[in-house]
Design a protein around this ligand. Sequence first.
Ligand code: COA
Length: 370
Amino acid sequence: MGSTIIGCGKSLPALEVENDELKALVDTNDEWITTRTGIKSRRIAVDETNADLGEEAARQALGWTEGGYAERRIEAGEIDLVICATVTPDVVVPSAAGLLRRRLGLDNAIAFDVNAACSGFIYGLTVAETMIAASASNVAGAAGRNPIKRALVVGAERLTRLTNWSDRNTCVLFGDGAGAAVLEWNEERAGILSSFIVNEDDITNALTCANAFDAPQPFDKDGISLEAAAAGDPALPRTDEEIGTHALVEAGRPRQVLYMDGPKVFKFAAEAMTTAVRQAVERAGITLDDVACIVPHQANERIIKYAAKKLGRPMDFFQLSIAHTGNSSAASVPMALADAYEQGRIQRGDKVIVVAFGGGFTSGAVVFEA
Ligand code: COA
């Protein structure tokens, strides 16, 4: 018995931008981007909102529309929990999950967001699975909790709204999209076998984005002050210093954009991915030989190649969806998972690993039986 993935879907914005097109913005070329990352093009949400993308992916996972993979149609009233993993919600309140709940009419569901950067879907899956297992178990207190039998876990991002389009080191890497999965408690099937999630302090601030909340505030230390509203937020410089955005601010750049030290993140990511896979497999009480395929975060094909070598597995053991999506943060794993199902890579009973790493730093893996 366990929480089983019974549906999966994905959604991409309409605009596709090829590598060479980015030459109009920065000094780059298709050859550099392809050999360093495996990316050929990315999708950019111009008209589509985070909720538009998430809604379409969820509809597929619920079996309401063509595309993705759905064992059967799940009715709106059957979903008890919606978790949306995102760092780019359309608004702060209501949550991205709350908007999806409204749009999809999931009136019985509780809904909230998870921010664990690119690992968000793995964290969301783990939270959902834990809540489902707790409500199915006989442990003390289980009866006093919200009964959760089915969950919708979505990863939806418009990362290109945080991208610094004048920085060739980062802007070529990212894209937008959404993916979704439906989890259901099943007495007969094993479903999720293990989860390993871990945080590590990004001490050098190698991956940051300060989306400062700096609405004019008419207060100073003594109380109401209309002058203070015009002067701006005196606490912001401390935040900039803390997360390393002061260099951007000093250079006159907007503080909302993503900053990344690529080589440092690469090193962290390659190790984190390998560790997470090994730990999750061990926790599941199986070996890598029992696993049909790994669906990794699609950040850079070279990171996947590094992990493949370390884990002693060929590249075709890994789902590769990066070529036409780029890195879509929390949307990347569920989108790649939907691809793996659609391409027939995952059959009933197969053991599969989903694994990701991201800003924070966060990382983790989940092992499940399809
Ligand atoms: N086009 C052309 N040249 C570029 C470029 C671009 N888009 N971006 C950087 N370069 C240049 C650099 O300026 C540098 O030139 P220099 O040697 O003259 O200074 C050169 O290419 C090499 O840069 P380097 O940073 O050493 O390349 P790299 O092999 O580390 O690859 C990344 C860069 C960003 C692709 C790689 O570090 C990476 O993938 N990091 C992890 C990113 C990631 O996964 N982030 C998300 C985590 S969730």
